[in-house]
Design a binder for this molecule. Structure first.
Ligand code: NIG
Ligand code: FE
Length: 417
């Protein structure tokens, strides 16, 4: 199958020469290489070639037939979004809690009275694997249509060995059957189930002795994640789980500094986490800590928007040289949406990220936060052909500027439209 996209106004995030691992530092994050009046050639699901139309016209292929030919006059072509933090597998919406928050309850108060994550966990444990799979598949379709080509998905709404394994098996099936590039994360340490509220040690034992060994045996998770937060998992409790996860060779991602500063960033950097996510509450010393390490800061502005916390200090992080990624945090409690274009708009409007920085954070750095930057996240020869063709737009900044308009004309995943 050979697809030609021609007359592209701008082919964005092109990568030639040395593969890009991630972008960190203001200069790198503001650089978004592009080719004007370009072509893109896709062969058997991979990016085969690209360049200017001028160079294409003189090649012998220009007179050949392609299985599909698209004229992208006036349109931008860019790599699909890489959404490196989602909780896409869940059973029920939580609009009742949304209304409670409108009436004045806080996210933490709702969690303390047994709602929040526990509300979703109850429903997941009552829902069959097949139903969860069907629901997740619908959500993947929606995410694909908004331009997402790679996604990380977490468990964490099971909180029992059966429930957590069920969620991870759903993710495994999605990996096998979807065009989306998917990474799976075990988040059994999302919150303490009610029956373990006064016996944290017993739940941690359950994670270490029952959940992790079975997950490792079935190869169900690429990462382990922990909600390291006041009222959830302390640093000392988290470290017990991390130790066990590393024994099974799982890499680390963390939810931390969403509500309070309890040392999660320092722990993440010390344990070599791939990413620390949220970071709504951080201080200058946390930024220095991240700048000195190799951990990506994944920012989730739609969660801050939805539950009304402050936004993470993206400018301070970028200016200090921290690699920053953007993701949706798609989940029923704090961010019920999978639209990366909205996340990019929020990043620009609320966190003062420049459009180029936001696009890097949503593509190559998102890919790096899932360790798939050698397969997706940029337009490079040999990478998976996951590309977005926009509608005709005046400039790239028009994408975050038009925060509620669908500007996508077509999404190609694995070389398939
Ligand atoms: O990333 N903060 C922890 N976990 C999710 C929300 C979970 C929920 O409310 O269901 C998050 O925001
Ligand atoms: Fe999350």
């Amino acid at each position: 199958m050979r697809i030609l996209i021609k007359n592209i106004k701008q082919l964005v995030q092109v990568e030639e020469g040395e593969p890009v691992f991630w972008k960190r530092g203001k200069e790198a994050m503001q650089s978004l290489p592009f080719i004007e009046d370009a072509f893109l050639l896709i062969e058997n699901g991979l990016i085969a070639d690209f360049g200017t139309m001028k160079t294409f016209i003189i090649r012998k292929e220009s007179s050949q037939n392609f299985d599909k030919e698209t004229d992208a006059t006036g349109c931008f072509v860019l790599p699909c979004w890489c959404d490196s933090h989602t909780h896409l597998v869940f059973a029920n919406g939580r609009e009742d809690e949304f209304v409670d928050r409108i009436r004045g309850l806080s996210y933490e108060e709702i969690a303390r009275r047994g709602g929040g994550i526990l509300n979703s966990a109850k429903k997941v444990n009552e829902t069959s694997e097949n139903e969860l799979y069907d629901l997740a598949l619908q959500r993947i379709e929606e995410a694909k249509n908004s331009g997402t080509g790679a996604m990380e998905m977490k468990s964490g709404y099971g909180l029992t060995p059966e429930g957590e394994l069920k969620m991870l098996r759903v993710i495994k099936k999605l990996k096998e059957n979807s065009e989306m590039t998917i990474k799976a994360t075990f988040l059994g340490a999302h919150t303490y189930p009610l029956e373990y509220r006064n016996n944290h040690a017993a739940y941690i034992r359950l994670i270490k002795e029952e959940m992790l060994p079975q997950i490792a045996k079935e190869g169900l998770a690429d990462y382990v994640d922990i909600f390291c937060e006041k009222g959830f998992f302390s640093v000392a409790e988290s470290e017990k789980i991390l130790e066990a996860a590393l024994h099974y060779k799982m890499r680390i991602k963390l939810h931390t500094n969403q509500l309070h500063r309890i040392g999660g960033i320092q722990m993440g950097v010390k344990w070599g986490a791939v990413s620390v996510d949220h970071l709504e509450n951080i201080a200058t010393e946390d930024i220095y800590c991240l700048a000195s390490g190799h951990t990506i800061a994944t920012l989730l502005p739609s969660a801050a928007f939805f539950i009304g916390t402050g936004y993470p200090p993206a400018r301070g992080l970028i200016d200090a040289g921290v690699p920053v990624a953007l993701a949706t945090d798609y989940n029923p409690g704090s961010s019920p949406g999978s639209n990366m274009q909205f996340v990019i708009s929020l990043a620009c409007i609320k966190m003062k990220m420049l459009p180029e920085e936001a696009l890097n954070a949503a593509t190559i750095n998102g890919a790096a936060a899932m360790e798939v930057q050698h397969q997706v996240g940029s337009i490079a020869r040999g990478k998976i052909a996951n590309v977005i063709i926009t509608k005709p737009v005046s400039s790239l900044a028009f994408l975050p500027y038009s925060f509620s308009t669908n500007l996508i004309s077509r999404v190609i995943l694995n070389g398939k439209c």
